[in-house]
Write a protein that binds this ligand. Structure first.
Ligand code: PEP
Length: 260
C-alpha cells in the first residue's frame, strides 16, 4: 500500500448467512473495527440483498459501511426481480459490487452490461467496487494484462474523471476466488501496476495515483500482510474469510498495520 491511499477492505458474503447470523456477523465486525479506531481501514460488508436492512441496523453508528453485491442498471420500472441503485441507497448502501467474477462467469454478464451497471451506480451517487480478473487458461497463455485492461477499459467507458474517485477496482484472478489458491504477491503487484497504468492512460497519472486497487482471491490472515505490503495493492476484497469474524478482523488489522 502507498501511504497516500487509504486502504479499503471489503467482505463479500455472497449467498451466505441468514437474518440472525448476518446481523451477528455485522455487529462483530462493527465492534472490531470501532476498537481499531483511526487504525481501521475503510471497511465495507456486502450481505445478500434481503439482509441489507437488518445488517444496516446492526451497523448503525459504526464506521463499517454497507454495500450490495449487484444492481440493475435502471432506476425503476418493469424489471421483475431486479433491484435499482436508488433502492440500494434507500436502505443505507454506499457501495455496490459490479462485475464480480461469479456474475461474469456464472451469471454470464458481459462487458456492456457491466459498463451500464457501473454508470447507473455512479449516477445514483453510490460508490462501486469494479471487479476484473483473468481465468486460469488466460493466465497460463500470458493474457492476464490484456484481459484486465479490456475489462477495465470497457467498464469505465463514459465514466467521467470527476467520478473516478468513487470507483475502487478489485483485481480478482478467477482461479484464486474461493479456491484457496492465491496469486503470489509479485504476480498480484504486477497486475495491479498494469491496471494503474491503464487508469493513467484513460484519465491521468494523477488520477491513477489516487485510485485504489484491491486484491481479491483467497485472502486470509496468513497471506494478507504480504499482499498488502505491495506498493500498488490498496486493500482486499475478501469472500470466505469475511464470514469468520476473527479472520476478517485480522485482515483489517493487517491493512491498518500496512498503512503505518
Ligand atoms: C470474492 O468473493 O470476491 C473472493 C475473493 O472470495 P474468496 O476470498 O473466498 O476467494
Amino acid at each position: 500500500m502507498h501511504p497516500s491511499r487509504r486502504p479499503i477492505i471489503g467482505g463479500n458474503w455472497k449467498m451466505n448467512t441468514d437474518r440472525a447470523s448476518g446481523a451477528a456477523l455485522a455487529r462483530q465486525v462493527a465492534a472490531g473495527a470501532a476498537a481499531m479506531g483511526q487504525a481501521a481501514p475503510d471497511t465495507v460488508v456486502f450481505p445478500p440483498f434481503v439482509y441489507l436492512d437488518s445488517v444496516a441496523a446492526a451497523l448503525a453508528g459504526s464506521p463499517v459501511q454497507l454495500g450490495a453485491q449487484d444492481v440493475y442498471q435502471a432506476d425503476h420500472g418493469a424489471f421483475t426481480g431486479e433491484v435499482s441503485p436508488p433502492m440500494l441507497r434507500d436502505v443505507g448502501c454506499r457501495w455496490v459490487l459490479v462485475g464480480h467474477s461469479e456474475r461474469r462467469h456464472v451469471l454470464h454478464e458481459g462487458d456492456d452490461l457491466i459498463n451500464a451497471k457501473l454508470l447507473a451506480v455512479l449516477r445514483a451517487g453510490l460508490h462501486a467496487v469494479l471487479c476484473v480478473g483473468e481465468k486460469l487458461e488466460q493466465r497460463l497463455t500470458g493474457q492476464t494484462d490484456t484481459i484486465n485492461e479490456r475489462q477495465a477499459r470497457s467498464a469505465l467507458r463514459h465514466v467521467e474523471p470527476q467520478d473516478l474517485w468513487r470507483v475502487v477496482i478489485a483485481y480478482e484472478p478467477v482461479w484464486a476466488i474461493g479456491t484457496g489458491k492465491t496469486a503470489t504477491p509479485a504476480d498480484a503487484q504486477a497486475a495491479h501496476a498494469h491496471i494503474r497504468a491503464v487508469l493513467a492512460d484513460l484519465y491521468s497519472p494523477h488520477a491513477a495515483a489516487a485510485a485504489r486497487i484491491q486484491y481479491g482471491g483467497s485472502v486470509t490472515p496468513a497471506n494478507a500482510h504480504e499482499l498488502l505490503a505491495q506498493p500498488d495493492i490498496d486493500g482486499a476484497l475478501v469472500g470466505g474469510a469475511s464470514l469468520k469474524p476473527a479472520d476478517f478482523l485480522a485482515i483489517l488489522a493487517a491493512a491498518g498495520a500496512g498503512k503505518a
